[in-house]
Design a protein around this ligand. Structure first.
Ligand SMILES: Nc1nc2c(c(=O)[nH]1)N[C@H]1C(S)=C(S)[C@@H](COP(=O)(O)OP(=O)(O)OC[C@H]3O[C@@H](n4cnc5c(=O)[nH]c(N)nc54)[C@H](O)[C@@H]3O)O[C@H]1N2
Ligand SMILES: Nc1nc2c(c(=O)[nH]1)N[C@H]1C(S)=C(S)[C@@H](COP(=O)(O)OP(=O)(O)OC[C@H]3O[C@@H](n4cnc5c(=O)[nH]c(N)nc54)[C@H](O)[C@@H]3O)O[C@H]1N2
Ligand SMILES: [Mo]
Length: 757
């Protein structure tokens, strides 16, 4: 049974014209439809009103920040957030009866959409060795069996995965538990997400995070938005971009797809604008070939550099370069050797457009580069991000108002999880702090990241897998390999809210432990608790659930970690019982171990939370010589063999990663089908196919052929030689033996494929 693959069943494709405008009334209408479908409307509105409000919860939708201090009722919510909340606050429940009726193999034939729609998991469940159906189990027995297993195996045979929704409090305890057990096997979703950002920025700026605040976005002269689809994935970012435009700023968008949300925006929060045609966001759209962003950045630098030579100080900010950077000579040598025309040719862009955009960059004093997965999930991603920093440094566009680097994060607390220690590497400072505070010797050897976990699982080196949220089998590349790995484990455990494919691709024995979501009241022995999260701009804020759910047998993520740790590590020096009772005690521990959290319990209670320290924001760079580093990177343009296409995987409008809300990608005009390939109409003709033809796709890496069967071709505006498919259906094609150099991130945005029919 191949439970790991999304069923190869077509659902009835309808292709319409892509929209030319994002958000606005239709977006709100769709989101309210979602609320009404899943929640009692009264509850729905109450939930929405508390979304992101003072004393309310942090929106589980994405990591974009709230406007500081302006938390008026309903101030900022968006279609994305509303859907995420409705999905969590569904009234449907699944428990003993559901799992008695549906075996694991039968559920394997359901689509992701059908699995997710089944409802909230209402009680702890157990799949006994050899069994076909999950059956109920008590919490006590589940913990006992898990801790028995953990005591039986070597600590490095256990893996603790985190998805980025986990709160700071739960994440800190989770890494503490893993390290007290004796392993750094802490892979997390950011290994597949912004790991290339963390690697590149830590090296060249001394901090693996962005440098800008929301006010900086508003104040920028120029925003370059690369490899990001905010209309779908970060809709609240559009209001910030709108403000930037109103303040006279400009925007360049770099994307193989003309994403409607990037082009024009109607702000649903400002009804007057809804009747107008909205704000044109993008001034220049550069429809680049997949993964040629590094060539474009290099071309811009080369154009500016040649003029700088003629008129020193007029194109680059030489004062900034002198005072705050090192390696300018490396940049100069690299640019001297750069062939501008070759760079432009790599991008596939019109030469005039590249020149015009370079002119816009030249004319702008305050530049911000925003980017997301379109830049991070390629073999050369770390270099691309360093190239992007080269441009900002040459322009002196960092560490001053309206300027800097803005990696837009995904999961709502993915950045916070890393800050509090979720990483397969243990930083020496954190090791010292843990040693000091808890009087134990933490493991120093690097653990497994996501791809290393897959390899270790396949080699039989992992016996126990625990997923704190997430959907490991569907989110990882090379689905078949991950599935083989999970099946090799003795025990697989998922702490989850909703059913997903990873529950169906299991070890010899498996558990599903249902937990509270962000929106829900968390009552412990010490009273009602709250947690906290860090947004994309380094602001830590409290998040307190408001919905009471008393019809399910759930535990909080914090309580689950505490209980498992207490039973597994009877001699632990950490006060697990206290931690579970009162989350203030966890925050005190974080304050004692992680820099920037001094006075955590007081500061997190301030209405707008607090900013974590950020050196680059103040032109302080914690590198070896305390300067920001220019880098000389190598270009590695793609040379495709005849018949090959470069495939990028993207999110549709109706999904949250592997959670599929619906089958429509409304903005792109693709309806009722997810098994599609967006392809240039001339390419469709060139391979002798027709629109909507059913095809298979094949990728070949490391001597392994991977197949994705039964997809339909959709003619679309995309550069020739490039195609786009949806994540996670296309993950069966993504190799795991080739990853990003320097970050080991899967190459989900540039996979060489062939179309077969
Ligand atoms: N509604 C919703 N919101 C989400 C999520 C979700 O699934 N649904 N996921 C969350 C998470 S975890 C994350 S990480 C973010 C993801 O947010 P995004 O990074 O915006 O998500 P993707 O759909 O992966 O989009 C990548 C964009 O990059 C473009 N692109 C692809 N390849 C290239 C390339 O080679 N070069 C350039 N320049 N562009 C390219 C695609 O056309 C697309 O517009 O969103 C978060 N928010
Ligand atoms: N091909 C391809 N692959 C990709 C990507 C891509 O662009 N292309 N993107 C990558 C990226 S950016 C990311 S971040 C990863 C995402 O990888 P993951 O984070 O592993 O996947 P999600 O789909 O976000 O996880 C969804 C599951 O989380 C559980 N969940 C939801 N809310 C909660 C909660 O509050 N608590 C707990 N415990 N569980 C909860 C639900 O059971 C749900 O089924 O995927 C990566 N994979
Ligand atoms: Mo992500």
């Amino acid at each position: 049974m191949s439970n790991e693959r999304t069923p190869e069943r077509l659902t009835g494709l309808q292709v319409k014209k892509p929209t030319t405008i994002a958000a606005g009334i239709p977006a709100l209408r769709y989101s309210l439809k979602h609320v009404n479908e899943y929640m009692h409307t009264g509850d729905g509105l109450q939930t929405l009103a508390k979304l992101n409000q003072k004393g309310g919860f942090d929106c589980p939708g994405c990591a974009w920040p709230d406007p500081d201090g302006s938390r008026t009722p309903m101030a900022e919510y968006c279609e994305n957030g509303v859907k995420a909340i409705a999905e969590e606050a569904t009234k449907r429940r699944i428990g003993a009866d559901f799992f008695a009726e549906h075996s694991v193999d039968e559920l394997g034939t359901w689509t992701d959409y059908e699995l997710g729609k089944s409802g909230r998991i209402a009680q702890p469940l157990h799949l006994r060795p050899g069994a076909q159906n999950y059956t109920p189990i008590t919490w006590a027995e589940a913990f006992q069996r898990m801790s028995d297993k953990l005591k039986e195996i070597d600590p490095d045979e256990a893996v603790f995965y985190t998805s980025g929704r986990t709160s700071n409090e739960a994440a800190f305890l989770y890494q503490l538990f893993a390290r007290q057990l004796g392993t750094n096997n802490l892979p997390d979703c950011s290994n597949m997400c912004h790991e290339s950002t963390s690697a590149a920025l830590a090296e060249v700026l001394g901090l693996g995070k962005g440098s800008v605040t929301l006010e900086d976005i508003h104040a920028a002269d120029l925003i370059i938005c690369m490899g990001q689809n905010p209309g779908t994935n970060h809709p609240r970012m559009l209001s910030a971009l709108e403000k930037m435009k109103e303040n006279g700023g400009r925007m360049i968008s770099v994307n193989p797809l003309p994403e409607p949300g990037l082009m024009r925006f109607v702000n649903p929060q400002r009804p007057l604008k809804v009747v107008t045609r909205g704000t044109d966001l993008t001034d220049l759209f550069l429809q680049i070939r997949i993964n040629e962003d590094q060539s474009l950045l290099r071309a811009w630098l080369k154009i500016l550099y040649e003029r700088e030579k003629e008129s020193p100080g007029n194109y680059f900010d030489q004062d900034f370069v002198r005072d705050h950077t090192s390696g300018y000579d490396k940049l100069v040598a690299m640019l001297e050797a750069t062939d501008l025309e070759a760079c432009i040719a790599n991008t596939g862009l019109d030469r005039d457009l590249v020149m015009e955009s370079a002119g816009l960059i030249h004319g702008s004093g305050r530049i911000i580069i925003c980017y997301a997965m379109g830049l991070t999930q390629h073999e050369n991603s770390v270099d691309t991000i360093k190239e992007l920093v080269n441009l900002l440094l040459a322009k002196g566009s960092i560490g001053k108002p309206g300027a800097g680097i803005c990696p837009v994060r995904g999961h709502s607390n993915v950045q916070g999880d890393r800050t509090v220690g979720i990483w397969d590497k243990l930083k020496p400072e954190l090791a010292d702090a843990l040693r000091r505070h808890y009087a134990f010797e933490p493991p120093t050897e690097d653990g497994y990241d996501v791809v290393k976990t897959m390899e270790a699982m396949e080699a039989g080196k992992v016996k126990f897998f625990l997923g704190m949220g997430g959907n490991f089998v569907s989110a990882t590349p090379d689905t078949e390999r991950t599935a083989r790995g999970l099946r090799n484990c003795d025990m697989t455990v998922h702490v989850s809210t909703k059913l997903n494919r990873s529950h169906l691709v299991h070890g010899m024995e498996a558990f599903i432990l249902p937990c509270y979501g962000r929106t829900e009241v968390d009552l412990q022995a010490g009273g009602e608790q709250f947690v906290s999260c860090e947004n994309s701009m380094g602001v830590v804020q409290m998040s307190k659930g408001v919905l009471e759910v008393d019809d399910m047998n759930l535990m909080s993520e914090v309580a689950i970690v505490c209980e498992l740790a207490r039973r597994t590590l009877p001699n632990s020096t950490a006060p697990w019982v206290e931690y579970r009772k009162d989350y203030d005690t966890i925050r005190d521990a974080i304050a004692a171990c992680i820099p920037g959290f001094e006075g955590y319990n007081e500061k997190v209670r301030q209405p707008a939370g607090f900013y974590l320290p950020n050196g680059p924001r103040h032109r302080q760079f914690a590198t070896s010589d305390e300067k920001a580093q220019f880098s000389a990177t190598e270009l590695s343009p793609h040379r495709l063999a005849p018949g090959e296409f470069l495939m990028t995987t993207v999110r549709a409008h109706d999904q949250y990663n592997t959670t599929i809300y619906g089958l429509h990608d409304r903005y792109r005009g693709v309806h009722n089908e997810r098994r599609i390939v967006l392809m240039h109409e001339d390419d469709i003709a060139a391979i002798g196919a027709v629109a909507e033809q059913v095809v298979d796709l094949k990728s070949e890496y490391g001597g392994t052929e991977r197949w994705a069967r039964t997809f339909q071709l959709v003619p679309y505006s995309i550069p020739r030689g490039c195609v786009a498919m949806y994540f996670p259906e296309a993950n069966v094609l993504v190799p795991s033996e080739v990853t990003a150099r320097g970050s080991n991130c899967p190459i989900s945005k540039s996979v060489r494929v062939r179309v077969v029919f």
